[in-house]
Ligand binder design. Structure first.
Ligand code: SF4
Ligand code: SF4
Length: 438
């Protein structure tokens, strides 16, 4: 499929990018979702509960104006979709909140600076390997040369106000970046059973380069020829969460064109947050006559790496990993993709590994894309509770299935932990396979 299709665009009309009445009508206001909602659990305010937010969306749909108060309550939602799992009426809250944010985005005038920063981050930086490489190199120099220690020691962060407070939330830049692997093919180990494509992410190429490499190795060990398709780009998840659906649609078209016709048995991601959006390209492009069918096909091939590995005949040639491990459900895996068993099945397949559940493992850790940067105080309150639950399981390792959760849990370990390691499920498998090969 040529670039001309990728360039085609269906204008995001106001009628589709807002909460749809049929979706709103599903809510019977029973309140059974309230206890599953991290913001309601923290704040105890009805307007910051799923039911309260839906009630406010209904008011807007009935003609009420979008106010600052509405913006704030919708903005404070983590979009974790815990309420979706709890709802007996099948309310698709994720769809609702994403549409509400798109409607807010379209109707919110922003000042020049906010508009410029927002446009740069979402429309230039995230889709551009060159700009992400430059930003990653800057971050690496800051973190690795002692500059970060100096800035912290001199107390300069305090002078930078809110920006300084958020500096500790930045993930480590990992050189060499994974961008150098894009376009390459990695052969299966042993008999080739599958040909798969790996979506490498955007920021993950810089900050989770080693996780991406581990993912390739684990797939190779399981008989996969792994292609990192050229032309792939950011999945658009952060755009969808921020209500910037026109740019998300452009990215979706680019990814579909880069990957769909490669003859793959599966398209794989190791990031649950990206996976949720990649699996919803059909919704994003449902009104695009050129891409609607291709998006449905793309979705049918899209798999989280844990989902894929748990469904195949797993290579059991692993050395023991003698550690106690608990698992934090990534919201977009458990609630967004309804995948809970697969990561646990993989963890318990590792010999020597002692698996111990923590209470409330499927309540959000407060990461939620860039929520921890935008709403740091509430995010940290939620994280502190999470770490108290982690502590009850007394693990040596906290496993999860999403890079964003890993960043947040690492902050949690630094602030409230007992020195636990934070690892992706795939990294534990990689450790077990690598030790068996030595
Ligand atoms: S979202 Fe579901 S659980 Fe929550 S109030 Fe509405 S119907 Fe009840
Ligand atoms: S998505 Fe999460 S934070 Fe938002 S209303 Fe639902 S449970 Fe609450």
């Amino acid at each position: 499929m040529g670039a001309s299709l990728a360039e085609s665009s269906v204008s995001s009309s106001a009628s589709i990018d807002k909460p749809q009445q049929a979706d709103l009508d599903r809510c019977v206001h029973c309140g059974l979702c309230l206890n599953a909602c991290p913001t309601y659990r923290e704040l105890g305010i009805e307007m910051d509960s799923p039911r309260g937010r839906i009630y406010q969306m209904v008011q807007i749909a009935s003609g009420a104006p979008i106010t600052d108060s509405y913006r704030e309550h919708i903005d404070l939602c983590l979009a974790c979709r815990g309420c979706e799992s709890a709802c007996p009426s099948g309310v698709q809250y994720g769809r609702l909140v994403e549409a509400a944010r798109a409607e807010i985005e379209a109707e919110t005038p922003r000042g020049w600076l906010a508009r410029t920063v927002r446009n740069f981050v979402f429309r230039k930086l995230l889709p551009s390997p060159a700009l992400l490489t430059a930003a990653g190199a800057g971050l690496y120099i800051y973190q690795a040369t002692g500059l970060q220690k100096l800035v912290r020691a001199l107390g300069l962060l305090r002078l930078m106000g809110p920006f300084g407070e958020r500096e500790a939330l930045a993930p480590a830049a990992q050189i060499p970046f994974f961008f150098r692997q894009i376009g390459k093919t990695f052969p299966a180990e042993g008999e080739k059973r599958y040909r798969v494509a790996l979506m490498a992410g955007c920021i993950a190429n810089v900050s989770f380069a080693r996780l991406n490499e581990a993912t390739v190795r684990v797939l190779q060990k399981n008989g996969c020829e792994v292609v990192i398709p050229a032309g792939q780009t950011c999945c658009g998840a952060l755009h969808v969460h921020a209500g910037i659906r026109d740019e998300a649609r452009k990215l979706a078209r680019r990814n579909i064109d880069a990957v769909l016709d490669g003859g793959f048995d599966a398209i794989i991601t190791n990031a649950a947050g990206c996976g949720s959006t990649l699996k919803e390209y059909d919704e994003l492009l449902e009104h695009d006559p050129q891409y609607a069918d291709r998006a449905v096909k793309f979705k049918s091939l899209m798999k989280d790496v844990t989902e894929f590995l748990a469904a195949i005949d797993l290579n059991r040639n692993m050395a023991p990993v003698n550690a106690t491990v608990t698992y934090q459900d990534s919201c977009h895996l458990a609630h967004g993709q309804k995948i809970r068993k697969a990561p646990r099945q993989l963890l318990t397949a590792i010999p020597g590994l002692k698996f111990r559940e923590m209470p409330l493992s499927d309540i959000c850790c407060g990461s939620a894309g860039i929520y921890n940067v935008l709403h740091t105080d509430l995010s940290m309150q939620i994280l502190e509770k999470k770490m108290a639950n982690v502590e009850l399981a007394k693990p040596e390792i906290i496993a999860t299935a999403n890079p964003g959760c890993m960043i947040q849990l690492e902050v949690g370990v630094r602030r409230w932990g007992k020195g636990e390691r934070v690892m992706h499920v795939v990294e534990l498998l990689d450790e077990a396979y690598s030790a068996a090969s030595r």
